[in-house]
Design a protein. Structure first.
Length: 590
């Protein structure tokens, strides 16, 4: 190109500047058109919304997938500045999404020391004795999450056992919706035979036997721990999310967020600490007894937002309430009485006892009505079959005036999905928010307590999927940091193993007819969870235009022996094109 160097005219000056910039400008355009990175020589499982294919390679630009195909097709897109990564035949799957966890509480649960992973009564009592030796007399010994049915003996420690282990220290073994205390705890809390609280269980002589239900928790006179400083809490959550990344998580639904706690995640985002996508379920402190529909409507309106508000990193999730207790403390609201075995374990003295229910049918229906009118995805903690039925009753009632299906409402936990229940969920478009690690940890106990008839509906994954119900999988991780020894293990590969094999921690094979295929189980942690948060068009699968959230795993999920599924680990976790975790020496984390 020849240039006229006579620059007496300002127009010529502009032409000269443009001419001098022409070649660099063309190079810049070429770089923009080429991807930031291409990953080759892989086994890419796309898990598309409608079909699943296996590709060799993919390209990422601007945090999104811009190509998925063969090595030759994708490599042809590379420019001079495109980074090329050979994945050496490793399997790539969409970034995993945790459907239900409490990382904000789990992250700080062991700041003051490791919580024991007691697997038996002797191990538990040994921990209590050790605590008693290290604490001054009168100091409380508290286990924040102890479920007796997960002990080898499958029973509560007795009052006499706890008294012998810690005669001079109040002891409280907290099981969320039930627990056990010793005599010193009763004395410190002024709990006697005269205490009139249904949550204080008593023996045949009318004396408290140490077993309590959650309604009695406020009677316990110990100092509730104060939350750590805001910055310390944020750093702890960020550190836990690094553990999540090592397992392949790129997104998480926060199971219960108070409106005021939203600012924790906003602060993490502003501070550069938030490296995982969040969907925040909001736990309502209403309705209360006798509250009118209009009063509930005013409280919903006062929230000022609804499901979907936010962006790709922080988004408002469902509006949640709690209906019953838990299956591991005998407080879940069941369709039938808990039975003789449960009476022995949980201290139940009423043969007609079916568990606890916190809301009336009218209160629950009003809650769903008020939220649905404002576009909220509605949900509730419902661990027993009767609680699930009551929630579906509310959905059906509200559906007469506000369509429920578009809201993608869900049942959190559910556990006992009968054919009738599943059919109702399908008609309403209700999602099953399940915790497969509960099956792994608890199916043996449920079989022993409830018998072979009721166990057939326990975590009935195949029946749900066959009917067309979307199954959304998570862990309910609340306490402890380790992915396998947490009170509710949050390792997704352990959960997927349980869904595929129907094998339990104790080695039992329970209702194998309810097992899922490997693809179905993986979908429960990817595209299904994206659907549950209304984000299936932007994440949950490896497709052109979607967010580049992916995980490279250390073995072939579809071909490895079933026993190895729970051993799978990430070697590379990518969120929006950024490496959040890497075990590959030539690929550093961001």
């Amino acid at each position: 190109m020849a240039f006229n160097w006579n620059i007496s005219s300002p127009w010529r000056v502009l032409a000269l500047i443009a001419a001098l910039a022409a070649l660099p400008l063309l190079e810049a355009v070429a770089d923009v058109a080429s991807p930031d990175i291409v990953c080759l020589n892989a086994k890419v499982v796309t898990l598309g919304s409608s079909t699943t294919s296996v590709a060799q390679a993919f390209a990422i630009s601007g945090g999104r997938f811009v190509a998925v195909g063969s090595d030759k097709e994708v490599l042809a897109l590379a420019g001079p500045r495109t980074r090329k990564l050979d994945l050496a035949g490793r399997m790539v799957v969409p970034g995993l999404i945790e459907a239900h966890a409490h990382p904000d509480s789990a992250a700080v649960s062991e700041l003051d020391g490791e919580i024991p992973d007691a697997a038996s009564i002797p191990a538990l009592l040994a921990w209590v004795e050790k605590q008693a030796k290290s604490k001054p007399k009168g100091a409380w010994i508290i286990h924040p999450k102890m479920f007796p049915t997960r002990l080898a003996e499958m029973r509560q420690p007795t009052l006499s056992e706890l008294d012998a282990a810690a005669p001079d220290h109040p002891v409280f073994l907290n099981g969320s919706y039930g627990g056990v205390i010793n005599s010193a705890a009763m004395k410190a809390s002024v709990i006697t035979a005269a205490t009139e609280e249904p949550g204080i269980l008593k023996d045949s002589n009318g004396q408290p036997n140490g077993i309590i239900r959650y309604t009695a928790f406020p009677l316990l006179k110990y100092e509730r721990p104060k939350p750590p400083p805001f910055r310390e809490r944020a750093v702890a959550v960020a550190a836990l999310f690094e553990r999540y990344h090592r397992l392949g998580f790129t997104g998480v639904t926060i199971g219960s967020t108070r409106p005021e706690d939203i600012r924790l995640f906003q602060y993490m985002r502003r501070s550069g600490l938030l490296k995982i996508r969040t969907f925040l379920n909001i736990l309502a402190d209403f309705p209360v007894k006798g509250q009118s529909l209009d009063a509930i409507r005013r409280q919903v309106a006062a929230l000022g937002y609804s499901t979907g508000f936010g962006d790709e990193w922080i988004r408002i999730g469902a509006l949640k309430t709690s209906l019953d207790g838990g299956i591991l403390t005998g407080t879940a609201y069941m369709r039938e009485p808990w039975g003789t075995r449960a009476q022995e374990i949980f201290g139940i003295d009423d043969p007609s006892y079916r568990g606890l229910c916190k809301l009336t049918a009218d209160e629950l229906a009003s809650f769903v009505q008020a939220g649905a009118e404002r576009g909220w995805k509605m949900t509730a903690h419902a661990t027993g079959g009767a609680a699930t039925d009551q929630l579906l009753d509310a959905f059906e009632k509200v559906n007469q005036s506000v369509p429920i299906a578009p809201l993608r409402c869900s049942v959190i936990h559910g556990n006992f999905f009968t054919p009738e229940c599943i059919e109702r969920m399908k008609k309403l478009g209700v999602i099953a928010d399940v915790q497969p690690a509960w099956f792994y940890k608890d199916a043996d106990a449920m079989l022993a307590i409830l018998g072979p008839d009721q166990i057939r509906s326990f975590n009935a994954y195949r029946s749900l999927v066959r009917a067309g119900v979307v199954v959304s999988a998570g862990s309910d991780h609340m306490v402890k940091l380790d992915d396998m020894t947490a009170v509710n293990p949050y390792n997704p590969w352990l959960a997927i193993y349980a869904m595929v094999t129907r094998k339990t921690e104790r080695g039992s094979l329970i209702c194998p007819e309810e097992a899922l295929t490997r693809e179905e189980a993986l979908r429960c942690y990817t595209i299904n969870n994206a659907f549950a948060s209304f984000e299936e068009k932007t994440k949950g699968s490896i497709e052109v235009g979607k967010l580049a959230d992916l995980v490279v795993i250390d073995r072939d999920y579809f071909e490895c022996p079933a026993s190895e599924i729970k051993k799978i680990r990430s070697v590379l976790t990518v969120v929006g094109g950024e490496v959040m975790y890497s075990a590959l020496p030539d690929v550093p984390a961001s």
